[in-house]
Design a binder for this molecule. Structure first.
Ligand code: S3P
Length: 172
């Protein structure tokens, strides 16, 4: 059964996903990276060329395609659970783990990333905290449906991994 890591941009999905894969004996897959390989373009380029609506369709298709393969640890994109029936789909096809962080913590982590993520285009260091708080409030009803919510503020990566592994072992 696959493990889906969900959460806002900058919540640590890729880092924690990579760290979880080895002890679980599963391959690690980054959904954004998979989509980039499949389409031969970067996420910002895909957003730019297609617009968000078409990007979300490709993202859903990629999620479905990956879930048909062997069980994996899959780090999703920050918006993946919030479109179509992706959240229900992931819950049916594996365990969903929400890496939760406060808007303040996310703003701190994402400040150096301005320019790398299409959704943050046009934001400045000043507007970023408000933008994150607003988008996180809209997305939380989706994220909160996860099988487990792991709060990451003030936790080391090792703490977060341990928490996730404990949950997965107990609930396998
Ligand atoms: C997005 C998050 C990104 C990527 C795309 C859209 C979002 O992934 O899928 O830029 O809607 O939050 P990360 O969460 O890995 O940055």
């Amino acid at each position: 059964m696959s493990v889906f890591l969900i959460g806002f941009m900058g919540s640590g999905k890729s880092t924690i996903g990579r760290m979880l894969a080895a002890p679980l004996g599963l391959p690690y897959i980054d959904l954004d990276h998979y989509l980039e390989q499949l389409q031969g373009q970067s996420i910002p380029a895909l957003f730019e060329a297609l617009g968000e609506a078409a990007f979300r369709e490709l993202e859903r298709d990629a999620l479905h395609a990956l879930s048909q393969g062997r069980s994996s640890v899959i780090a999703t994109g920050g918006g993946t659970p919030c479109h179509f029936d992706n959240m229900a789909f992931m819950k049916t096809n594996g365990k969903t783990l929400y890496l939760k962080a406060s808007p303040e913590e996310l703003a701190m982590r994402l400040k150096p990333e301005l320019g790398n993520r299409p959704l943050l285009n046009g934001q400045t260091r000043e507007t970023l905290p408000g933008f994150i708080a607003e988008l996180l409030a809209k997305r939380s009803p989706f994220y909160d449906q996860a099988d487990i919510v792991v709060f990451t503020d003030g936790q080391t990566k090792q703490d977060v991994v341990r928490r996730c592994l404990l949950f997965l072992v107990v609930n396998s």
